[in-house]
Design a protein around this ligand. Structure first.
Ligand SMILES: [Zn+2]
Length: 432
């Protein structure tokens, strides 16, 4: 998420004054592009530090530094000795024990370079026929539930609610795959893997730079079609749900509405709330940096958050290592909201259904909650779990499920958990 601290617009003259250690004319020339008149310096402190360091080291030392980064990034495309060293470093920093299979890494490299060409093949094979319509129907139901939910919030002022609902109305929903596929224009040579990597990186860099100064393309995808993830982009007020996540266990054309909303519905609901929480409050309906909350909205929202932070801080992820309720607060609030909205959408869509579908002895409510749990099945090595507890703004998967479901009273009712037990606590938290 973009933060206001990153938004420091200036012009070419201002940039030259602010960052003296870079020869900007030579920089643009080497990139072969005409610079945009408006430049945003995202990290002024970094450049101030760079100015100081520039003279401290000799050109040969800088050369080693940049060579290291280039080699590190392209190690897979270089002779084995380089790749082996890069892996040693990864072992130390990430706790991995085995290297990914060569075939998988080759596929990843192709995804990086020619993502939407692969995406077209993927969509035609794994996201056929009516999948897009079915997924769109679910998203539309969620948006309607969210719109009504905003109207009922007890912490948001009436004036702010109107702005929020108008913003929701402007949301662009990108479902499955792009309406218009990207084209690629660079040489791909069968016997030059490293060259292909360099040319594809240069092509993407130029594509990004060429967008500067032009109106925002609200149909641009920042994720590949087959990626198992979804996002909300506050700077464009768009959400993308790739075909890759519209698969079991998140979604299936042949699954019940309850199971689909418990799976993908929860994910989409989570993403949507980000457009309207304290982060989303910084950006207006068109993605411009403009706070539309009042001080009072922010204070009341923070109060709701305290309840969530305190609860998550009691979750013990490893012996004596607890979830950091403050670090993960924003994501946990979104999880709680996402599950609640997805459940509301499922109930709305099934409201007039004559008959309840029982599957393997589970009611539709139960199917919804089982799908929530199944979509987070995962296993982490202790070193990675430890790393994430300190640095990840998301709680570990297990607690994302426990935390969001214990705050929804319908869960306790669906599985007959006695009031006052861990999954049906007397006190629950809710911001959405
Ligand atoms: Zn999130």
């Amino acid at each position: 998420m973009t933060s206001p601290a990153l938004y420091n617009p200036t012009d070419l003259k201002g940039l030259a004054k602010q960052v003296k250690s870079v020869d900007w004319k030579a920089f643009w020339k080497a990139l072969a592009i005409e610079p945009s008149k408006r430049i945003v310096v995202t990290t002024p402190k970094y450049f101030a530090a760079l100015d100081k360091l520039r003279g401290k080291f000799k050109p040969a030392q800088w050369s080693s530094y940049f060579t290291y980064h280039l080699v590190q990034r392209f190690s897979f495309a270089l002779p084995k000795a380089f790749d082996d060293q890069a892996f040693e470093l990864e072992k130390l920093t990430r706790g991995v024990e085995a290297r990914q299979e060569r075939s998988k890494r080759c596929i990843e490299a192709t995804q990086d370079g020619l993502g939407e060409l692969l995406g077209q093949q993927y969509a035609s094979k794994y996201f056929p026929g009516g999948s897009r319509q079915t997924a769109t129907m679910l998203v539309d139901a969620l948006v309607r539930v969210m719109n009504d939910g905003i109207g009922r919030l007890d912490w948001m002022s009436d004036a702010t609610k109107q702005i929020a609902q108008a913003k929701l109305g402007r949301l662009v929903r990108m479902i499955g795959y792009p309406d218009k596929w990207k084209t690629y224009d660079f040489d791909v040579k069968r016997d030059d893997f490293a060259g292909n990597r360099l040319r594809s990186a240069a092509f993407e860099q130029h594509r990004q730079l060429a967008r500067a100064g032009k109106p925002v393309d609200r149909g641009d995808w920042q994720m590949n079609t087959y990626t198992v993830d979804a996002y909300y982009d506050a700077t464009a007020n768009t959400t993308a749900i790739p075909a890759g996540i519209l698969q079991p266990p998140f979604f299936g054309q042949d699954r019940s509405i309850a199971a689909n909303l418990g799976g993908i519905g929860t994910v989409i609901g989570h993403e949507l709330t980000h457009g309207f929480d304290d982060q989303g409050a910084l950006f207006d309906a068109d993605g411009n940096l403009k706070n539309w909350w009042t001080k009072d909205d922010a204070a009341k929202f923070a109060e709701k958050g305290s309840c969530v932070a305190d609860m998550y801080s009691t979750f013990e992820a490893m012996p004596k290592a607890f979830v950091n309720g403050r670090l993960t607060l924003g994501e946990n609030v979104a999880d709680l909201g996402g599950v609640k909205m997805a459940f509301g959408a499922y109930r709305t869509l099934r409201k007039d259904a004559g008959k309840v579908y029982v599957a393997d002895g589970f009611t539709e409510d139960q199917q919804f909650f089982i799908a929530v749990g199944q979509s987070w099945c995962s296993k982490l090595r202790p070193a990675e779990l430890q790393r994430r507890l300190i640095s990840d703004v998301h709680a570990p998967p297990k607690f994302r499920v426990y935390g969001s479901l214990r705050n929804l009273p319908e869960f306790g009712e669906a599985f007959s958990c006695a009031p006052g037990t861990p999954m049906h606590p007397a006190k629950s938290c809710s911001a959405w």
